[in-house]
Design a protein around this ligand. Structure first.
Ligand SMILES: Nc1nc2c(ncn2[C@@H]2O[C@H](COP(=O)(O)OP(=O)(O)OP(=O)(O)O)[C@@H](O)[C@H]2O)c(=O)[nH]1
Ligand SMILES: [Mg+2]
Length: 439
């Protein structure tokens, strides 16, 4: 090998080496790159796995939530079935805790069925509860009726009405506490009719019924609401107000029953903090109708504070109807009206879009005295309706007409007994028929 050759060979080898080195380096780089890419891929894969896992967990959670919701719904439906087998509104719960028994097929039944038929009810639509109520109402108004209808019919006989018989009727209406304004209205209409035609006894009674119904219906029509029921989707707050002993708490208990049986989510606020026993009394009613009672047992609790708590609860529980029992007397020297105003203010502030009803509870047996109370309450308490109680066993049922005519309040419910079912939405046709039933 010559030097030149050996030089050339070295040169070539060096070049080859360099090349190989470069290649090796490149390969190393390539491997590194691949390794990095592999790492990157692995990382991505892991991230994907992680994401998938998270997603699966989320799905699982969602599923669990849905199952919980479903269970809750089933529970609610089950509860609703237990609570109220009847989805009708306030007019006709037929299935009740203590099932009403069908009485005898007697005069009371026939009369009640006829009153229902006259209102367009079919035979298969009539319920025992409705018959039972009408019987109670008719019996309850017996005393009032005895005082004037029976006497009136005796006096009239079958003869046509005369100006003298109108004078008798006037006295009888006043005696039944119908009130001077309503009586004047009715007598004037009858006098006008007498001037135009001969009116027989029966036609006279029919005309009288029509006139009385007109008087009672006027404030109801003016209110724009024929039947007071809670509006769904809003909080309805019904305040029961009135002087002591008229039947506020009892009426509230009956309303709670009617409301929960009609599938409204109902809550009671025991805002009568004057009588220690009031809360216990309400709790008994609450238990009977499966409605919770919000109260504050501490002495001298503020009624407005109880209402405050009750509204919080009502909002949390999505309540449809909050029934508020108020005091007829106060332990402080504060005015009853001021207390009511305070309660109203709390409601307006906390739930401005609530539908508030201030319902004056009136004891029919107090007659004209009750009417005086109604007038003074109406002046300062911003009332929206009346509930007449104790129509059973009083001769002063006529006061309902005076409330409509002189205080201009729509009558929303009437009570005729101490039982849980002895309160019904007011129906002027049934009331007047019961008031003037001829036996
Ligand atoms: N006969 C009859 N009694 C009734 C009726 N409503 C209420 N009562 C009775 O009247 C009495 C007084 O009823 P409450 O409900 O306590 O009257 P209140 O207005 O809440 O009385 P205070 O809380 O003291 O202001 C109780 O004995 C009731 O059973 C009714 O429609 N008919
Ligand atoms: Mg009370």
């Amino acid at each position: 090998m010559t030097n030149t050759n050996s030089d050339n060979t070295r040169e070539w080898a060096a070049q080859a080496y360099a090349l190989l080195k470069k290649k090796q380096e490149e390969q190393k780089q390539e491997l590194k790159k691949q390794e990095e890419q592999k790492q990157e891929l692995k990382k991505q894969e892991e991230q994907e796995q992680e994401l998938k896992k998270q997603e699966e967990q989320e799905q699982e959670l969602k599923k669990q939530e849905e199952q919980e919701q479903e269970l809750k719904k089933q529970e609610e439906q089950k509860q609703a079935l237990i609570d109220s087998p009847n989805k009708e509104n306030f007019q006709g719960p037929t299935q009740t805790i203590d099932e009403t028994k069908l009485g005898e097929f007697d005069d009371n039944f026939t009369w009640s069925a006829m009153v229902l038929a006259a209102q367009g009810k079919e035979i298969n639509q009539i319920s025992i509860d409705e018959i039972d109520w009408l019987t109670k109402l008719r019996r309850g108004l017996e005393e009032t009726r005895k005082g004037f209808v029976t006497e009136l019919l005796d006096k009239l006989g079958d003869d046509p009405l005369t100006p003298e018989s109108l004078d008798d009727l006037e006295t009888l209406l006043i005696r039944a506490d119908v009130g001077i304004d309503s009586t004047d209205k009715v007598i004037n209409s009858l006098r006008k009719k007498l001037n135009e035609e001969v009116v027989g006894g029966e036609a006279g009674i029919k005309f009288l019924k029509k006139e009385l119904k007109l008087i009672i219906d006027k404030p109801i029509k003016n209110s724009g609401t024929d039947l007071l029921v809670p509006k769904k989707g809003k909080l309805n707050v019904w305040l029961l107000v009135g002087v002591n002993g008229v039947g506020k708490t009892t009426t509230l208990g009956k309303l709670a029953y009617l409301s929960s049986r009609s599938n409204y989510k109902t809550l009671i606020a025991a805002a009568d903090t004057f009588r220690a026993a009031a809360v216990e009394q309400l709790k008994v009613w609450g238990e009977r109708s499966d409605v919770d009672v919000i109260s504050n047992q501490s002495k001298n609790a503020d009624p407005a504070a109880v209402v405050f708590d009750a509204i919080n609860s009502a909002k949390k529980r999505n309540v449809d109807l909050l029934l508020v029992d108020t005091a007829g007397r106060l332990q402080t020297k504060n005015n009853l009206m001021d207390e009511l105003a305070k309660i109203k203010k709390i409601i307006d502030k906390k739930v401005p879009d609530a539908i508030v009803e201030s319902l004056l509870v009136l004891d029919a047996s107090q007659g004209q005295n009750g009417l005086k109370q109604a007038k003074s309450f109406a002046k300062s308490a911003n009332l929206s309706g009346a509930i007449i109680t104790k129509l059973d066993g009083t001769s002063r049922g006529g006061v309902s007409l005076a409330v409509s005519e002189e205080v201009n309040l729509p009558i929303r419910f009437i009570g005729a007994g101490e039982g849980i079912k002895d309160l019904r939405p007011f129906n002027s046709y049934e009331f007047v028929e019961a008031l003037l039933a001829d036996k």
